[in-house]
Design a protein around this ligand. Structure first.
Ligand code: GDP
Ligand code: MN
Length: 419
């Protein structure tokens, strides 16, 4: 596979993780439960909220597995936890108590979190599966995802497990393989065998790997996932093949078929403003910039973000208020936008097709008055039905609101207030 094709696939993998609208990310322990329910062999573990629970979990695991060593793993929606100190080996119950006490409540910073990191609310206490043996354990990378270019599911795999797949793609792209699955027939036996072969396995481990791949693919299809990334898949010294990590993204649009998965949502992991917006039916995505935007229609919202960039600003959010931009909705939207301390100006860009511009303008004026003081300047562009009446309403309101009718005019005004 050429490096360019590979990088475009990796870009898709990245996108599938950040497009929050259509996906629901799971914790490692939840992903492993799904894997287990489809017959995939996993590193066993029990989730714990306190260090007391962690010790009880470790005792129970020792009874079940016979191993007295455990790994304590922070459960947050971000990879690279090991690098950030969120995955640690405990060789005794005292270690379990101490390490879990340290990890629960910590701000875990990994290459995949923001600079502030993520608060750890729970840990997975798992059996240590890297036990020494005659031969060294081996780590692989296996993921299942949709290749949007071909419209087919794809298994991506590599002998270089345990490290970032992005790094492998940059340094040794020849060590990443892909296998596309024909949707009409599903994963074929020969494909699973080819994967086990390319991973350099033989004998019992080869057999275990073909079983692992087949069950993993079943789990991906059966749970309507958009991503299953297992890194590492471990071949133990006694030739078991098990999932040590699990990064799972489910397709939101298929959740109605899996009522039991709805309970797996952990809103503590989601952006609080986005959660609040969703609850009131607004489509809000937080971004890093300084210009808040309130727009009706996703297409116009994208165009508005371009406009802001052209004017030298960066959008602070994507916000589609939809068809009914009445005063209450406008006020809710202003409130959401103003929760972001980086916002230096707000651009309202509404096209009045079904909704009349003068009603929206009245909504903005009412909302503004209701909210008392809004510290940042607001630029309002209303275009469509009764746009002229709307402009008059805004201009005569006496508020720090700048009206515009043309797109360019709005851009110039954004530029002027940012300067
Ligand atoms: P990530 O850093 O978020 O990807 O978390 P992982 O679940 O992949 O764990 C990180 C690393 O911890 C793995 O690559 C392993 O090297 C190590 N690890 C995980 N489980 C065990 C275990 O049972 N024993 C030991 N010794 N190391 C483990
Ligand atoms: Mn991992």
């Amino acid at each position: 596979m050429s490096p360019i094709v590979l990088l475009s696939i990796l870009h898709l993998l990245f996108l599938s993780c950040v497009t929050k609208d259509e996906s629901m990310n799971l914790h490692e322990y939840q992903g492993k439960e799904i894997l287990n329910s489809f017959g995939v062999d996993i590193q066993r573990g029990i989730v714990a909220q306190t260090s007391e629970e962690a010790v009880a979990a470790a005792k129970k695991l020792t009874e079940e597995t016979g191993t007295s060593w455990h790994v304590i793993k922070a459960q947050v929606h971000a990879g690279g936890r090991g690098k950030g100190g969120g995955v640690k080996l405990a060789k005794s119950l005292e270690d379990v108590a101490r390490i879990s006490g340290e990890i629960i409540g910590m701000q875990l910073i990994t290459p995949q979190t923001s600079a502030e990191g993520k608060t750890v609310h729970q840990v997975l206490v798992a059996e240590d599966v890297y036990y020494p043996g005659a031969s060294e354990p081996q780590e692989f990378y296996i993921s299942v995802l949709l290749n949007r270019a071909t419209g087919r599911n794809m298994i991506m795999y590599s002998t270089e497990g345990g490290m970032d797949i992005e790094t492998v793609a940059e340094q040794t792209p020849e060590l990443i393989f892909t296998e596309e699955i024909d949707p009409a027939v599903g994963l074929q036996g020969f494909q699973a065998r080819k994967i086990a072969f390319n991973l350099g396995l033989s004998g019992q481990a080869f057999k275990q790997m073909t079983k692992f791949v087949a069950a993993l693919y079943q789990a991906y299809v059966g749970s309507d996932a958009s991503l299953f990334e297992i890194n590492p898949v471990l071949k133990t010294s006694d030739d078991r093949v098990i999932a040590v990590d699990a990064k799972v993204t489910l397709d939101d649009n298929a959740l109605f078929r899996h009522k039991d998965y709805e309970a797996l949502r952990d809103i503590r992991e989601e952006n609080p403003v986005e959660v609040e917006a969703k609850a009131v039916g607004l489509n809000y995505v937080d971004l890093d910039g300084n210009v808040g935007c309130m727009v009706n229609g996703a297409g116009l919202a994208m165009a508005t973000m371009d406009l802001i960039k052209q004017a030298g600003g960066e959008p602070a959010n994507f916000l589609d208020v939809g068809g009914t931009a009445d005063a209450e909705r406008v006020e809710t939207a202003f409130n959401l936008i103003l929760k972001d301390p980086n916002v230096k100006a707000i651009l309202v860009n509404i096209f009045g097709g079904i909704v009349r511009c003068d009603r929206v303008a009245q909504g903005i004026v009412d909302a503004y008055k209701n909210m008392g003081t809004i510290e940042v300047p607001i630029i309002v562009r209303l275009q469509g039905t009764n746009a002229d009446i709307a402009k008059k309403l805004i201009d005569e309101s006496g508020l720090d609101v700048h009206s515009a009718i043309e797109f360019q005019e709005a851009a110039d005004k954004v530029q002027a207030v940012l300067a």
